[in-house]
Ligand binder design. Structure first.
Ligand code: GSH
Length: 197
């Protein structure tokens, strides 16, 4: 099994956390992708050429939630119950938050005139709205910990937001969420996959 990743991708990080949390790291080789380069090795397997891409049994599995589920199933953690719609609704919110943070980071990387102050403001607003809502959720009832898929997404999104200093001082007004995040950030799977600054 081969998992293509880049060190700074929060999506690939979620898949790398799954390999560690489900005890499958020894069966996988983690390989570096070269996103958006003509010699990206992932192009041999997937025309979409994004990370994470998991190769196993002749399949190239993409989309983080599918990769995560595949790894969980290989580890014998199948979820065969009826759809849990409240959890799926929350998963959508956490994935949307991660997408917003990722878009914000990408926009920040653009050079001066190419950078859209409108888009930066849109993502700033979205992130702050999400933090307020997630704080209420975390204070109302304890959020499950990693390796629950949806909260692995949340932890990786908060980590990226924190690392890039996108919402300075967010901990002060989001104490329940920050306490939950700090517990998750201390897990070996989070520490071993931390992106470079
Ligand atoms: N919806 C995808 C998003 C994955 C994604 O956006 N990956 C980025 C890195 S963070 C990527 O590979 N970008 C390269 C490209 O778009 O060419 C998922 O859930 O896996």
């Amino acid at each position: 099994m081969q998992l293509y990743y880049t060190p700074n991708s929060p999506y690939a990080r979620i898949a790398r956390i799954a390999l560690r949390e489900y005890g499958l790291l020894a069966r996988a080789s983690e390989r570096l992708a070269a996103n958006r380069m003509p010699d990206n090795p992932v192009l041999q397997f997937s025309p979409v050429a994004r990370v994470p891409t998991l190769l196993h049994d002749g399949l190239a599995i993409t989309e983080t939630r599918h990769v995560f589920r595949y790894i969980a199933e290989l580890a014998g953690r199948q979820d065969t119950g009826a759809a849990d719609w409240p959890s799926i609704a929350q998963e959508g919110q956490f994935l949307g938050f991660l997408e917003g943070i990722s878009a914000w980071v990408r926009e920040n990387r653009r050079e001066g005139p190419q950078r859209s102050t409108f888009l930066l403001q849109v993502e700033d607003d979205r992130a702050r709205r999400c933090l307020r809502a997630f704080e209420i959720a975390a204070a109302q009832s304890p959020l499950p910990g990693i390796p629950c898929f949806r909260t692995t997404v949340l932890a990786c999104a908060l980590s990226l937001m924190d690392l890039r200093g996108l919402v300075p001082g967010w901990r002060e007004e989001h104490g329940a969420l920050a306490a939950w995040y700090d517990d998750q950030a201390a897990r070996p799977s989070m520490r071993e996959t931390a992106p470079a600054l």
